[in-house]
Design a protein around this ligand. Structure first.
Ligand SMILES: [Zn+2]
Length: 310
């Protein structure tokens, strides 16, 4: 799944190539790609025709395209899913094998917007916007928390919520209602940078520790963004079809059995919630079980032999 940096790379491409353009025509080539649009393919196409696009926006891993023509408070939400791509292509370029939706524009820029999706988990849908939201946030994602690169991200509330939740740190980082945009890759990277084990209970994190972790989340995402994101899968591309190369800079994710770049210990991979967690067993010590009693305070138990004799 693309995470915040990969989605932001796509958003920037849309901002550059698909802002302020009037939709001439929409062609839906596969109904699954608009299944989240309740009115169906024809309705989707009809309601986009003639609209003028605004500046693409993003919250966490969610991307949307508002309209700047003010005729109705609606936005097009893009779900990239596992393999969705938004490409800006010359109008005459051959169709991609998995082309699902084509948007033509009423100008002479010579390019069109294409939604290409091999596995068809993604799609486009039109939604009402949250009333009064200046960015045209689609109501379908109103519950998604702000992401850590958003200037309006509420840092104090995040730290408080972490301390209160009876959960573990990686689960919390992936909880899109608490903090959005972080997925498996950047969670493992930020935890490695913070020397925190993924199963550490959030209640045990001091405010300075959680602030440090948040700082590492921001750093690793910013670094990834600077090189176009991570391309574990050749499907993660920008609107021009180019992939990023942050995977060369990953410290934990995907590095099973390779030496930790800090201490040389082999990085381990453990199954975690149907995914994997990569960590250094030396730098990121597992938490002690919360219920364990420290050995010093345990009541003295007679040796087995003494009990057997009594
Ligand atoms: Zn290490």
């Amino acid at each position: 799944m693309p995470e915040l940096p990969e989605v932001e790379v796509v958003r920037r491409g849309l901002e550059r190539w698909v802002s302020g353009r009037t939709v001439a025509d929409v062609q839906v080539l596969h109904p699954r790609a608009v299944r989240r649009h309740l009115g169906g393919a024809e309705d989707f196409a009809a309601r986009l025709r003639g609209r003028r696009t605004g500046t693409a926006r993003r919250r966490g891993k969610y991307l949307w395209l508002p309209f700047d023509d003010d005729t109705a408070a609606e936005s097009v939400l893009a779900h990239l899913g596992m393999s969705g791509q938004l490409l800006v292509q010359p109008a005459g370029a051959p169709d991609e094998k998995h082309l699902r939706i084509r948007v033509r524009f009423a100008d002479d820029a010579g390019t069109e917007l294409r939604f290409v999706d091999q596995r068809t988990f993604g799609g486009l849908s039109l939604h009402d916007t949250v009333p009064g939201d200046p960015e045209g946030l689609p109501d379908a994602i109103a519950h998604i928390a702000r992401d850590p690169l958003d200037p309006a991200f509420d840092e104090a509330a995040f730290h408080t919520a972490l301390r209160r939740r009876r959960t573990t740190i990686k689960r919390a980082l992936l909880d899109q209602s608490l903090i959005s945009g972080v997925g498996n890759i950047y969670a493992d990277e930020a935890l490695w940078r913070s020397r925190l084990h993924y199963d550490r209970p959030t209640a045990t994190l001091t405010r300075p520790r959680s602030a440090e972790l948040l700082g590492h989340v921001r750093e690793v995402m910013t670094a990834a963004l600077a090189v176009g994101g991570t391309s574990f899968d050749s499907l993660y591309v920008n609107v021009n079809g180019e992939s990023g190369y942050f995977e060369r800079s990953l410290d934990a994710y995907g590095r099973e059995n390779e030496p930790c770049r800090r201490c040389g210990t082999a990085v381990r991979r453990r199954p975690w919630m149907n995914r994997s967690s990569y960590f250094c067993p030396r730098c990121q010590r597992p938490p002690r079980p919360a219920t364990a009693t420290p050995p010093a305070s345990r009541p003295a138990v007679p040796p087995l032999s003494a009990r057997a004799a009594s």
